[in-house]
Design a protein around this ligand. Sequence first.
Ligand SMILES: Nc1ncnc2c1ncn2[C@@H]1O[C@H](COP(=O)(O)OP(=O)(O)OP(=O)(O)O)[C@@H](O)[C@H]1O
Length: 295
Amino acid sequence: MKLVITNLTKTYKNGVKAIDNLNLEIGTGMFGLLGPNGAGKSSLMRTIATLQSPDSGSIMFGDIDVLEDKMALRKILGYLPQSFGVYPKMSAEDLLDYFAALKGVSSKADRQVLVKEVLEITNLYDVRKKHVAGYSGGMKQRFGIAQLLLNNPKLIIVDEPTAGLDPAERHRFLNVLREVGTNCTVIFSTHIVEDVKELCNDMAILNGGRILKQTTPSHARKELIGKIWTKIVERDDLEQNETVYNVLSSNYNEDNTLNIRVFADEQPDADFITSEPQLDDVYFIALKQDEPVLS
Ligand SMILES: Nc1ncnc2c1ncn2[C@@H]1O[C@H](COP(=O)(O)OP(=O)(O)OP(=O)(O)O)[C@@H](O)[C@H]1O
């Protein structure tokens, strides 16, 4: 099912326009919503999840008019907010059983089958007897996925789920999400480019409440072939280079020099060599092109 967002705008009471006339189409599979802090990711996700109303615009999921028929969307929605609050001192198994009962699964036997299934998908079956309150950050995030899977959602929204996870936990979490994302629509917000690179078949870059670019990770990289150049510069020369070239990023080398990455249609000067485009380059170019030009 397709999610179609048209001319969506959301202004908070303090006057901040967090979503600014935004248009977006999202199909089945893993969709990455990439943007810096304050870009409007959570605002967009909360609005799609029917937790807040926009000023104007429309959101359709298949034939469900999300803003008109909130209940219809909620029945098929799985939402993992940025922070889930405090967990009670209950085992994962008992807590999922409780959530399943709240979601209307009245037969104890049906709940047992369902709870076992979601614990297995999220690799929590072995620790099902442990209190969720004592889980690590990564386990809590996977528990968050387990609970949202209980009503077999067709649309899954996860808001910056990898923030604060160590690399091993992040990897485990992404593997779980990859598995659940095979036959429904998953919208995954992050400010970590690597997350999108590893996981998503479709993506958009968001800033200032607007979509700066919608693309696929592989197409976006292909577009930049022959346009990313690198050169080694002294640390003190970075600023000077930034005034002359379109510097996207710079990384330290072991000898304290810097490797700068520059976006240009042609070789900027003889010292530059071409480099294979990375998804980070795509992200930095989109953000830079959005910067106001100061005169
Ligand atoms: N409830 C609110 N009231 C007022 N302003 C808000 C509210 N929620 C968010 N904002 C503002 O709206 C803008 C977008 O915030 P939002 O949380 O949607 O961005 P984000 O991309 O999710 O950022 P982060 O990665 O920091 O969570 C920011 O300027 C933020 O300060």
